[in-house]
Design a protein around this ligand. Sequence first.
Ligand code: GLN
Length: 387
Amino acid sequence: MITLKSKLPQVGTTVFTVMSQLAMEHGAINLSQGFPDYDADPELFRLTERAMRSGHNQYAPMPGLMSLRERLAAKTEQLYGAKYHPESEMTITAGGTQAIFTALATVIAPGDEVIIFEPAYDCYAPTVKLFGGLVKPYQMQAPDFSIDWSMVKKLFSAQTRMIIINTPQNPSGKIFSDEDMQELVKLIRDTDILIISDEVYEHLVYDGKPHLSVCTYPELRERSFVIYSFGKLLHATGWKIGYCLAPAHLMAEFRKIHQFNVFSVNTPMQYAIDEYLKEPGHYLSLAGFFQEKRDMFRNLLQQTAFTLLPCAGSYFQCVSYENISTDNDTDMAMQLVRESGVAAIPVSAFYTGKNDQHLLRFCFAKRTETLEKAVDQLIKYTNTKAV
Ligand code: GLN
């Protein structure tokens, strides 16, 4: 047999793929992987078809369609008061994950250290390691996942090259406060440390709170790759389109890699998205739309034996099952999918050390009937288990 030395020997298939697969096998309601179970606006399909039929079917410009970038620059300025030059400071990517991968490829050299906040989206740590970097996790704890910045400071060393933040946060639903951002500013002041700010859930912030983007903090902005996703904005995660903002000299390096990895992203969909975003209501309505789902789902879940954790943003609701079982969260998720017919994600999957706090994550980007049916099944299940 031909031998191959694995570059990621510890890595298996992502928990999202595994759980979605299991949900399918068991015919369970899939509240695990984060994606809507309803369709995107038909208007988007009409616009995509129009773009295809108008002959927009060849390569898009490498950094993305100019008119789309101009529209996104205007959106960013309007929402966050930050000016990004569409020519040199923005690239359309094949989704948020690819933008994160390319930003890490741009920056990380062997021996570089990267601070991440766990529970963290599962692509950060393996990608850092792929480029020879070392992950320094700060572990946030349930129920509020707050950050003690004096402890974050202890993770710093001469090798610290990057910090990755994610607000609203997947899976905890935590949003960074202005105090968090100010502490981050203090930490990176007078250093060369770069930032990836994963803001793919920017529009999913609830209870009238604003989304605090790194763009609004000049000392953060000058060193940040800021990542956004149309999958969340358009309810179309399968479109795999997003974008990255960064100051021109950082973006120039990002594009050197992007051009050989992706080259350019789906042309007709970029035309369609550009047209669709002419109407700001399409994204300004998202907070209200998902807050209604969050509130409904939380209300329903009160009837189960789960304990609800706070959810300030994102489309994820975490629950503790400490009243139900002492099993570890992976076993619990497996049991849940088999016995209740509802799939969830064990939160330990978001910790490099697999910390088990007896938490599960549910995605509530689902139709009302799906959430009602899922909770019915969960009530039945937890009633038989509650101690
Ligand atoms: N972001 C999605 C989630 O957290 C998953 C994306 C993926 O499966 N790669 O559920």
